[in-house]
Design a protein around this ligand. Structure first.
Ligand code: SF4
Length: 376
């Protein structure tokens, strides 16, 4: 069909694919697939780790971290007995620490309740913490070759374009899952899923490279010349601008770090206490109700967390035993679930494993700020 010709709108819950389309896709994948570390010696566990790491993270950024992680925790049994803080250290650079926390909880359940062997049913796989429909389907198909079609962002884009399916967003997922199920190559479900996602990552990208695509002749969006406008863009979440002040509170035990699950950011990791400044929709850490006046170090840095554009500031002060006790009493009163620990200046990045700690250090070093008592 010539490009530009108006095609009847397609809004199908299922779609009949020509088996030759599957074959073309698989041949392309076999020849073109990237030689990625997580594709070697695949086990359900290594697939699980790689799939969780790849959520929200680009392959190039994830690969070195994946290799280090698997080297340190080669089997589920090694990860299951690890301390959460060590796991977080190996997660540093990937962000979204709740993923690491859930992975650890999921692997502990796998070892304790399934003898370390990843289950083979969707229902049992979904019973593991941190394993949602996408991850379960990916592990079952890629590691056991079971017939489950996966649907990540890349797969959704490819499928929507192939059949000219225009809707997007969570409401469109059930229909897209049916399309994915109809397209699944039942002889090679694992390869098929990886092929769809690989095509979406490298060829059927937002500005698609249709001339390099093995499915060009099968693609309704291409035939209609509308490939760039499918799927319809989801409305972006409104950006929220935040000013956040971080506090370096020096005590005789070291720099104070806190965490508690109710706060907006860093729910799972320890961080320097922080407060929001100016207009904002969130509660601050309970650091403001105190008599001490921390000094502003006069530095600024920028950071982004999802749709939050953050301007960061830093203050510091020294707490003697009495004021530390008073501060902690206040913390526990306002946030009973709060946990505390101490770090030193050298290991701030490993103990507060967010790129924010690195930015604070780098900005201070660049501005030549003097921080008495923080050399160690
Ligand atoms: S022809 Fe273009 S739009 Fe269609 S699947 Fe291939 S890359 Fe995507």
């Amino acid at each position: 069909m010539p490009a530009g010709l108006k095609q009847k709108e397609v809004n199908l819950p299922t779609y009949e694919f020509d088996p030759k389309t599957n074959l073309k896709l698989r041949n392309w994948f076999v020849q073109e697939k990237r030689d990625l570390a997580f594709r070697k010696n695949r086990t359900p566990y290594s697939t699980w780790v790689s799939e969780i790491m790849l959520q929200q993270t680009r392959v190039a950024a994830m690969l070195p971290l994946y290799e280090k992680f698997i080297h340190r925790f080669p089997k589920p049994e090694d990860l299951a007995i690890a301390e959460e803080e060590e796991v977080f250290r190996y997660w540093q650079g990937l962000g979204y620490y709740s993923r690491a926390k859930n992975l650890l909880a999921g692997v502990q359940k796998l070892v304790n309740e399934f003898g370390g062997k990843f289950p083979k049913t969707l229902e049992e796989a979904l019973s593991l913490p941190g394993v949602g429909p996408y991850t379960a389907r990916a592990i079952l198909s890629i590691s056991y070759n079971l017939p489950f079609a996966v649907l990540d962002g890349n797969a959704k884009r490819v499928l929507s374009r192939l059949v000219l399916f225009k809707e997007s967003g969570p409401k469109a997922d059930p229909a897209l899952q049916k399309i994915a199920d109809s397209f699944l190559n039942l002889d090679f479900p694992g390869d098929h899923n990886e092929a769809v996602m690989e095509l979406g990552a490298r060829v059927c990208i937002p500005k698609p490279l249709c001339n390099e695509c093995p499915l060009q002749n099968d693609c309704l969006a291409y035939q209609n010349g509308v490939q760039e406008s499918i799927p319809e863009m989801e409305k972006k979440k409104k950006e929220i601008l935040l000013n956040i002040r971080f506090y370096i509170l020096k005590t005789k035990h070291g720099i104070l770090l806190i965490r508690y699950p109710e706060r907006r950011f860093f729910k799972t990791i320890y961080s320097l206490p922080f407060s929001f400044e100016g207009k904002n929709p969130y509660d601050s850490d309970p650091v403001l109700d105190w008599d001490l006046k921390p000094s502003d170090l006069g530095i600024k840095f920028k950071h982004t967390i999802t749709h939050h554009k953050i301007q960061g500031f830093v203050s510091e002060t020294e707490l003697d035993t009495k004021s530390e006790k008073k501060l902690l009493e206040n913390f526990y009163k306002i946030r009973p679930s709060i946990e505390i620990k101490y770090c030193n200046w050298k290991n701030l990045e490993t103990e507060f494993p967010s790129s924010i700690s690195k930015k604070i250090k780098q900005t201070l070093a660049k501005d030549g700020a003097v921080l008495p008592g923080l050399e160690n």
